[in-house]
Design a protein around this ligand. Structure first.
Ligand SMILES: *Cc1c(COP(=O)(O)O)cnc(C)c1O
Length: 359
């Protein structure tokens, strides 16, 4: 590969991703443990058949019906009213993030985030030739607003990424912090709410700030709460002007008619899916308490995973769990491990395995 005329900044880089291993209990990439229901599968099959009958034509480039359904869903979920032109959809929120950096980042510009945070962000930055900068979180993984505003003043980033709830820590930010960052920067502020549906009661969504904060984007995904990671559907909400900028950089016909059909069907089943999310939130809270009862540190989680530590040798802990058939994630600062909330049975298997590992 190093003989190839590759970009200098890509030389020696490896493709990145969590290990995809064949193990009985998969709690490593924050997937929803519940597959879509048979009723949803039947409805999606019908919708896909309809879509396939039209596949000789290019898909709706604007994905208008899907975006309208997404706006309706956000109104029900977060009680924020948005026009269809304020919502944008793409192949996973990773494509949304790439489009944001293609439009607002790029050579000579930087993106700032607060570490530890999502390990994909530096990849999106590298791919778009945007400089990646991090400022630290506090020891409890919350963000100090004054330090965050100072970091923005120092680095003058074109884009600020805030994952809320944050991956891998589960930490959500206050709306005051989002307001302060938006006021402190002439650049774009992106709140990545991939796990928003799992937030605890009282944790707000940044969607409510859109009307008053013109350079704010809120991104969401159907990969987690909607149990649709395999379909690849992410979306963003922002002002119409911001969405119009993303439309400039998107590839023509980026979102297949099949994806649009499946996503619209899943949105019609949102109530059913949200009941499962409610169950997972209860399991998450129980799991966090149980881990604390073992004397482990567990930051508050508003997501469908919990971070726990600290291990003198976390790799040994991760491997020992894997030897018991449970795959979790070795991520975040050294000493910490992250486990996704599974079904009650999977969670029980994880607990039994961890008990043995800690003996
Ligand atoms: C899982 C996750 C996403 C979702 O990515 P998709 O590309 O939509 O599957 C986005 N942001 C964070 C922080 C995540 O953990």
């Amino acid at each position: 590969m190093n003989d190839l005329p590759i970009r200098d900044d890509l030389r020696g880089e490896q493709p990145y991703g969590a290990p995809q291993l064949d193990v009985p209990v998969l709690l490593n990439v924050n997937e929803n443990p519940y597959a879509p229901s048979a009723a949803l599968a039947d409805a999606a099959a019908d919708a896909v058949r309809e879509a396939v009958l039209g596949l000789n034509r290019y898909p709706d480039r604007e994905a208008w019906d899907l975006r309208s359904d997404l706006a309706g869903y956000l109104e029900r979920e977060s009680v924020v009213s948005l026009g269809t032109e304020q919502v944008w959809a793409a192949n996973g929120s990773n494509e949304i993030m790439m489009q944001i950096l293609q439009a607002f980042g790029g050579p000579g510009r930087s993106v700032l985030s607060f570490a530890p945070t999502y390990s994909m962000y530096p990849e999106y930055a590298r791919n778009t030739s945007t400089t990646w900068i991090t400022a630290p979180r506090r020891d409890d993984f919350t963000i100090d607003a004054e330090a965050a505003v100072a970091a923005v003043a120092t680095h003058r980033p074109a884009v600020v990424f805030i994952a809320s709830p944050n991956n891998p820590t589960g930490t959500a930010v206050s709306l005051d912090l989002v307001r302060a960052l938006h006021d402190a920067t002439p650049g774009m502020v992106v709140v990545d709410e991939a796990y928003a549906e799992f937030r605890r009661d009282g944790t707000p969504s940044a969607l409510s700030l859109l009307a008053t904060h013109p350079r704010l984007l809120v991104t969401r995904t159907m990969s987690k709460a909607f149990a649709l990671a395999g379909a690849r559907l992410g979306y963003a909400a922002a002002s119409r002007a911001v969405i119009d900028v993303l439309r400039v950089v998107r590839l023509p016909y980026h979102l297949s008619a099949v994806t649009q059909a499946v996503a619209r069907t899943a949105l019609a089943y949102a109530d059913e899916l949200q009941q499962r999310v409610a169950q997972l939130r209860v399991i998450r809270d129980d799991l966090a308490s149980w881990l604390r009862s073992l004397g482990l540190d567990v930051p508050e989680s508003d997501a469908n995973f919990v971070l726990f530590g600290r291990f003198p040798d976390r790799h040994a802990g991760w491997q020992a769990l894997l030897d018991h058939g449970v795959l979790i994630r070795e991520t975040g600062p050294d000493g910490w491990l992250r486990v996704t909330v599974g079904t009650p049975t999977e969670t029980e298997t994880f607990k039994q395995a961890l008990r043995k590992v800690l003996e």
